[in-house]
Design a protein around this ligand. Sequence first.
Ligand code: G1P
Length: 290
Amino acid sequence: MKIKKAIFPVGGLGTRFLPATKSMPKEMLPIVDKPLIQYAVEEAAKAGIEQFIFVTSRGKSAIENHFDHSFELENNLLSKGKKETLKTAQEMLKIPGSFAYVRQQEPAGLGHAVWCARHLIGNEPVAVILADDLIEGSKTIGEMIQNYTTGNMLAVMEVDKADVSSYGVITPGKILNNSNIEILNLVEKPSKETAPSNLAVVGRYILEPAIFDVLEKQKRGASNEIQLTDAIASRIGKSICTGYKFSEERFDCGSKLGFIQANIKFSIQRKEMKNELTKWLKEEIMKSNF
Ligand code: G1P
């Protein structure tokens, strides 16, 4: 099935990265030299998404500017003949009208953020991508779209039992094929003791249109927020809910550790940095007596 629209919830305050995020959206934090949100948009574009819907909040205008022309910069690069750099500055531009922005006026949770985009989605399934969850290879949402038939589909991965309280966690059912697993239930941020498994939801979703009616009436759940997880859970039994086990490495760039790990991993993959960086890392590890 062709999915044309993707929602990018980018309204979060980013308090875990203060003071860096005091006046800069956390989605603009770079992995090497590219902001997190650009990785998310590129993954969507590669998957055939044509309309990119951002749910923003106050102080997020840097994201809008990032996906627009910067004439001063472009003219400057052009006049200096820096064609390659110019290409980099322009690669995030899409055809006019592909990007839309709606405001989430209060930080009321992921479910609320997705619901804020309801008027821009018709009677069709939609992808949701959380830029914080950086998955190598930029192909996860594309694979999910290829696998999707109906209902709700969520990316899932195994996490340490000690970490389940940071995630939505599923009750797994039948294994449907190599990568797809039936979801019998899901719960947002359970304690280690009550978690139904260690299979956690990661920020890639394909949602059926019926989810918006559920979100409309969804009561606040974990962290006193309107949770997408709760809305999806209440559709189980009425439509199919599938977990997609992706194979690439995922970095939790909403945490400092994950963010630094992603920067190191992606830097090592850059030809121009690989040798010097790995040499330096080895030296540092030796010095710290590991
Ligand atoms: C959100 C979702 C959660 C999911 C997580 C993945 O939580 O609510 O179900 O497991 O993203 O990163 P957040 O990280 O916004 O607290």
